[in-house]
Design a protein around this ligand. Structure first.
Ligand SMILES: [Zn+2]
Ligand SMILES: [Zn+2]
Length: 166
């Protein structure tokens, strides 16, 4: 049975019911999307611009721009090196996600290896199914990646968006 969870919005603090794993409320999401459209339009209108310049011109902070970059939002509108940033693990320049393709691949291989090792142990634990075990593992990995992303994009970035709109 699904449980109904409530959360505080990471931007305005209002209590809301996330449908999936949203961290911000509907109102703030709309505002954020508006701001994103503004940023994308600026990049389109100013070829050769860089992340710092865009942030300054649109009134958001660098982290907001970097998060947009991580979501791959600039991939289709500019191939400028100015929108590349280092892979969290190896530092190679990338233009979407937290990791480069090589690091992602080695990470997946690691998960697979652990999963295989776990399967051997699962035989001894009859209370938990293989699927449940793998689910737990995937969940842990997801949390870990989330922590990495969070370290890069603190709450401060959201505050800046709301502040700039006053
Ligand atoms: Zn909110
Ligand atoms: Zn890498």
């Amino acid at each position: 049975m699904a449980t109904l969870k409530i959360k505080n919005c990471a931007i305005c603090g209002k209590i809301f019911t996330p449908i999936r794993s949203e961290k911000i409320c509907r109102d703030c999401k709309v505002k954020q999307e508006e701001k994103e459209r503004e940023v994308i339009q600026y990049v389109r209108d100013h070829p050769g611009t860089n992340m710092k310049e865009v942030a300054k011109a649109t009134g958001v902070n660098d982290k907001f721009i970097q998060q947009m970059a991580m979501q791959g939002l600039f991939v289709n509108i500019t191939n400028s090196e100015n929108f590349f940033y280092p892979c969290v693990k190896c530092g190679r320049p990338i233009n979407r996600g937290a990791y480069c393709t090589d690091c992602l691949k080695s990470q997946r291989d690691e998960i697979k290896k652990v999963a295989e090792q776990m399967q051997i142990r699962i035989k001894e634990d009859k209370n938990m199914s293989t699927i449940e075990r793998l689910d737990k593992l995937a969940e842990k990995e997801f949390e870990r990646e989330n922590r990495v992303v969070k370290r890069h994009f603190s709450r401060g970035m959201y505050k800046d968006i709301t502040d700039s709109r006053r």
